[in-house]
Design a protein around this ligand. Sequence first.
Ligand SMILES: [Cu+2]
Ligand SMILES: [Zn+2]
Length: 239
Amino acid sequence: MLLLLSLVTGLALSASGVTTDKENDPSQELFQDMQKKVNDLWQNLLYPVMPGNENNGMIYATCEMKPSSKIDADKPQVTGQVLFRQYYSSGRLEAIFYLDGFPLDNNQSGRAIHIHELGDLSKGCDATGGHYNPFSVNHPRHPGDFGNFFPKEGKIRKYKPNLFATMFGPYSIMGRSVVIHEQEDDMGKGNNKASLENGNAGKRLACCVIGVCNKNLWEEKLSEVTDKKKRGLNKRAQN
Ligand SMILES: [Cu+2]
Ligand SMILES: [Zn+2]
């Protein structure tokens, strides 16, 4: 806020300064000055806090998944991380879903994962609000509608690029939550109101708040997730 105020004040001061200097096409000079100030303003508003500034314009975030305190003990106790990476300012969001604690059999139903509006974990995952929906659209067109995940041997190991959510600007997901549900997302095809709001995905098993981090977790987990993918591709190529 202080930053905003100082920039706005700077803008006003420079505007009054230029009107007294009419020698070098003041309107042009004023325009360029204003343009620079507006760019600086946006830059400061949009640019995220970069830890140590060592990431070359790449921002990383992590969400440390914890079982909801409101979920029964016989339900899956999900832990792990959802990691995000995005190149400033127009790169597409990428995510790694690295989650444990699901039943070991491989025929279980899918589990929905979404970004919810609030980063409030005071009531387990129940105070995280509905799906983050900045454009007032129906489910599954919310920026954090990640769809269904099918655990293998009790784990989810998934890399997803080209996501619609963003960590920059007014619609940043930073400080909001990631929620994993007990059931499958019906992707808006459930023929009822809830389907167009939340995909009827059922109870909230676990959740976490998205926060800025450095690149270490991402690099550590990505190799594991993509190595698996490579092995899968090799297997397919051999068959
Ligand atoms: Cu949800
Ligand atoms: Zn949704």
